[in-house]
Design a protein around this ligand. Structure first.
Ligand code: FO1
Length: 321
């Protein structure tokens, strides 16, 4: 099948698959809608970590070792901030700061997050539409033994150490999909939806919490393929394994499928979790077992091809570059 592909993504792992999809699909065939629940205001700037992870990955600027930010980054501004006695728990690289400055002043001048994101991604030569899940602020918060923490406090300042009891997305209900996400969901030529390998609870659930998105996915007429973020029952980066335990769920793909019940048709899982496949098929989800760890561009593109093939999407002559 030809047609348009909508990818839903968080940061890091999701951004890698998004980059793989962008490498093999013609730009006009792909919309990447990104979680903004991790966004926050810091030092007067609006930081959108997942949008930036996707943007840097698609522009080939991302730091693959660290998993976030720009490769070859320098930290002079951070050193100055520290000397000035300002908050230094959230690391802002010099080049990355340029992104936050460009975004923040334009938001303050009245542009929407969609407009700003489009401007930034086009300036960096990115072809596919990268859109926020919503232009309205949605803020993920985690309830811990220390009370409700804003996402970056929990994730970066506390390094996910406090035990998580519950998660909420402040601003929902009430946040409507961004124009780009709404348009992609309503496209007559929408042919597939891909859930990138992002944390279901922290990165995908905020997208599903945006008004109408879960309902749109539930009533979809096209295949929805998810790539599991688990590798050997754990996430490569981030707190998914820990979180599953704290929420009383098992560390396996069964928990992912149960969480996405009614939403996904197909789950791509890593070879190291092959033992999960039979149980997933019994739960009426079709399964691909393959290598899901994306070290290099070839891995990202191969996994993207497998996701599209599971969704019965054909590549066309002008797709693969
Ligand atoms: N993650 C960290 O663990 N420590 C940091 O200091 C940090 C800074 C940072 C700055 C800009 C940016 O776009 C992302 C940054 N991240 C940092 C990642 C961020 O916390 C993301 O929300 C997570 O990667 C989850 O997707």
């Amino acid at each position: 099948m030809r047609g348009h592909v909508l990818a839903l993504s968080g940061g890091v792992g999701g951004a890698k698959l998004a980059a793989g999809l962008a490498a093999i699909l013609a730009p006009e065939r792909l919309t990447i809608a990104v979680n903004t629940g991790d966004d926050f205001e810091h030092l007067g700037l609006t930081i959108c970590p997942d949008i930036d992870s996707v943007t840097y990955a698609l522009a080939g600027l991302n730091d693959t070792e660290r998993g976030w930010g720009v490769a070859g980054e320098t930290w002079q501004a951070m050193a100055m901030l520290r000397d000035l006695g300002e908050a230094d728990w959230f690391n802002l690289g010099d080049r990355d700061l340029g992104t936050h400055l460009a975004r923040s002043w334009r938001l303050r001048a009245g542009e929407s997050l969609s407009d700003v994101t489009s401007r930034l991604t086009r300036s960096l030569g990115i072809g596919p539409a990268v859109v926020p899940m919503s232009d309205a602020p949605v803020r993920t918060q985690v309830e811990t033994s220390e009370g409700w923490l804003d996402f970056q406090r929990y994730f970066v300042a506390e390094q996910c150490r406090p035990v998580a009891k519950a998660i909420r997305f402040d601003g929902t209900p009430g946040a409507v999909p961004s124009p780009g996400l709404a348009e992609a969901l309503a496209r007559p030529d929408l042919a597939a939806i891909v859930l990138c390998p992002s944390n279901p609870f922290l990165s995908v659930d905020p997208i599903l919490a945006v008004d109408g998105v879960r309902a749109a996915l539930e009533s979809r007429q096209v295949p929805l393929v998810a790539v599991s973020p688990l590798v050997g029952g754990k996430s490569l980066k981030g707190p998914l394994g820990k979180l599953l335990g704290e929420l009383g769920l098992e560390n396996s793909n069964r928990a992912i499928v149960d969480h996405y019940r009614g939403l996904i048709d197909h789950l791509i899982i890593d070879r190291s979790d092959a033992v999960d496949a039979e149980g997933l098929r019994a739960a009426s989800v079709s399964v691909t077992v393959t290598g899901t760890v994306m070290h290099a561009a070839e891995d990202r593109e191969r996994l993207a091809r497998e996701a599209l093939s599971a969704a019965r999407i054909e590549l066309e002559g002008h797709d693969a570059r």
